[in-house]
Design a protein around this ligand. Sequence first.
Ligand code: MN
Length: 509
Amino acid sequence: MMTEKIIIFDSTLRDGEQTPGAKLNEEEKLKIAKQLARLNVDVIECGFPISSPGDFKAVQRIAKEVKGPIITALGRALKPDIDAVWEAIKAAERPRIHTFLSSSPIHMQYQLRKDPETVLNMGVEAVKYAKKYTDDVQYSLMDATRSELDYLCRVVEAVIAAGATVVNIPDTVGYAVPEQFGELIQQIMNRVPNIDKAVISVHCHNDLGLAVANSLVAVQNGARQVECNINGIGERAGNAALEEIVVALTIRSDYFQNYHHQVNTKEIYKTSRLVSSLMGIPIPVNKAVIGTNAFVHSSGIHQDGVLKHTETYEIINAELIGGKAGQMMLTARSGRHAVRHQLQELGFTLHDTEFEEFFARFLELADKKKEVYREDLEALMNENMTHTASIYSLEYLQTVSGSKSIPAAVVKLKKDDEIFVETETGAGPIDAAYNAIDKITGFKPRLEKYNLRGVTEGRDALGEVSITLEYQDKTIIGRGTSTDIIEASVRAYLNGINKLLAQRSNDAR
Ligand code: MN
């Protein structure tokens, strides 16, 4: 039987990057885009070129270097935006211009302050303008789910007539519920006379926890492109999770029997971990498909069942997503080859100098901890991956604390070839160390959140600290790991400060 292909459109690097604190630099974006190509998504949306010179450059680089998927970027339905999109993506093998405008009364009245006819004409003009550059033009009707159906259908018809090859119906504010959303898609399919000239796409947000359900019901009603993000990241509560949609289509192919996708599911685990590491957004343990508990059975009855026959309580096999096939463990004697191999398994390919630095930290850890698990390597990488942007590095740390002493810290940092040493006191050893670092760097970011977790079990486990810093309206996530939680806290703080510095030089470009 011929099945219809569902086009997987990944927006991790555009909508996903709008997650607070998840700002990436050019190298990091390129790494993710290359991994998305290995995952074999159909379309990569990698930025909003007119928003900043840094974003423009990153999109341009991805368009030049990433082969395979269609490369697209977003811009409003305005000529300068479309010019910027085209300039940034034109070097791609298969470039697509993606442009949008709101279609809901509330957006048109209060945000655009334009009447519906003007908005419709702007959309048509934008598509015609984009069409001069390339044949592949996608138009999105922002806030479609809160728009009037008649108007929605008129806009869809008009932009298709103007040449749009893909028309996206986004649930921008995450307002839709499945049955209603399915009906909306069906109405559009039935009422728009030239609908067969374009692919209908959906873009669902998760404000009500329904993004994946809404996307799947849209597929059953005629949508053939689904926009989604790795780990479900994105504005506010995030977007539909790519891995959940793909795995649902795969595992329930009995139900979704008329459709297929071309994603290489074995790359899901790697991609998910890479995005989490680079963006500094941890994956909740109970997250569907990729959370660490997704394949753990704890109830006695469930354990008994799984031991007798896996499928009694497990519908997804970890191997489907390239997840752990047996626990791997490294020791101080494992050697470079084994460590490099395990990193590759986790989706990390390092240059020689990067690897040597990583290996030194691995040995340091293996000396303290004896057994190093893949979770430990991932935690170390979370810190290491942002190293390209590293400006300050930790050379030496000594702290004093105790019930009767005044907490104090001596911190030695290195920047380029310069060494800085400062001593400070504080409310506790971490506060003291942070005060010493502030003295050196001249920053004094506000500590918004502090989280400590044990990466594995046992008293010698690595502690991973993730902190949220706020500095001049910017929110930055810093992560650090060590078997010493004070050192981990200091590394997280430095990681955050280095990201802040990297962002500043990015914005200045
Ligand atoms: Mn969105």
